[in-house]
Design a protein around this ligand. Structure first.
Ligand SMILES: NC(=O)c1ccc[n+]([C@@H]2O[C@H](COP(=O)([O-])OP(=O)(O)OC[C@H]3O[C@@H](n4cnc5c(N)ncnc54)[C@H](O)[C@@H]3O)[C@@H](O)[C@H]2O)c1
Length: 262
């Protein structure tokens, strides 16, 4: 391929693409949904909440001149995800991009953790990502092209000092390695699977009043001396969603302010 044919800005252009974002009613998923729409994708926004979060996302997309579709569903329900993909394709067109950001976090010392707490988190954070990828990939494999981005966490790579959340850390390590495994199963079918592992990010998950003391510690422990803003997850997502990353699959992109270097 001659260098004369290179058009670098076009690599990031998502015009005409169709995306599905889970966890799009808040935080990282909401901001990534808006960012994909600003780059030209039509975006189906899925969340289980019915508190107006999804409406806000759709309003933001509309204000940006984009096209959004609201889908209320729970990622622990496999049929709902198949249905969500079908509704996305019927309303917006063939699915080409998926960002799986739905997730929860909580903590409890390992010796006290009840089975229910462990299982509920795993059902959402690990099995929910599996069901999401499975439904999305079935459509993408039919089209012979697609990019799936799972939102894992640096907690899948390190153990957060002072946070007793072995189930959360294990779920995120699972998301990273499951993603690499699916990437290899689907590489010949044209479907790429990568993950983004955020460091501490200022979202409702971390900015509750009772977290003020902990937030200060998060900032002190991070080499960049601050938490990430949700906006800082958007560039990495656009990169992995677009042709700019056409030779990347099975990659976990740490976006952590340098946290994992120390
Ligand atoms: N905030 C951070 O510091 C941080 C760091 C690393 C990774 N993450 C990960 O990023 C992702 C997004 O987190 P966030 O900080 O934006 O949190 P958030 O709470 O703001 O958003 C999570 C969204 O997921 C939705 N959700 C939860 N369970 C669901 C289910 N079963 N079905 C459908 N939707 C569901 C929630 O309703 C919510 O809108 C999570 O996977 C989280 O683990 C967050």
């Amino acid at each position: 391929m001659s260098n004369n044919s290179l058009n670098a800005p076009a690599l990031f252009d998502l015009t005409g693409s169709v995306a599905l974002v889970t966890g799009a009613g808040s935080g990282i998923g909401q901001c990534i949904a808006l960012g994909l729409a600003q780059c030209g994708a039509k975006v189906a926004c899925l969340d289980r909440r019915d508190d107006g979060g999804l409406d806000t996302t759709i309003e933001m997309i509309n204000t940006a001149g984009g096209t959004g579709l609201s889908l209320q569903a729970d990622v622990t329900n496999r049929e709902s995800l198949d249905d969500a993909v079908a509704r996305t394709e019927k309303s917006l067109g063939p699915l080409g991009i998926a960002v799986n950001a739905a997730g929860i976090a909580n903590a409890n010392p390992a010796q006290d953790m009840l089975e229910d707490q462990f299982q509920t988190l795993m059902d959402i954070n690990l099995k929910g990502i599996f069901f999401s990828c499975q439904a999305e990939a079935k459509a993408m494999l039919r089209h012979g092209k697609g990019s799936i981005i799972n939102i894992a966490s640096m907690s899948g790579v390190i153990v957060n000092r002072g946070l007793e959340q072995c189930h959360y850390n294990a779920s995120k390590a699972g998301v990273i390695h499951m993603g690499k495994s699916m990437a290899m199963e689907w590489v010949a079918g044209g479907v790429r699977v990568n993950s983004i592992s955020p460091g501490y990010t200022a979202t409702p998950m971390n900015t509750r009043p009772e977290m003020v003391h902990q937030t200060k510690e998060f900032e002190e422990q991070t080499p960049m001396g601050r938490m990430a803003s949700v906006h800082e997850m958007v560039g990495p997502a656009i990169f992995l969603a677009s042709d700019a990353s056409s030779y990347c699959t099975g990659v976990d992109l740490l976006v952590d302010g340098g946290f994992c270097c120390w």
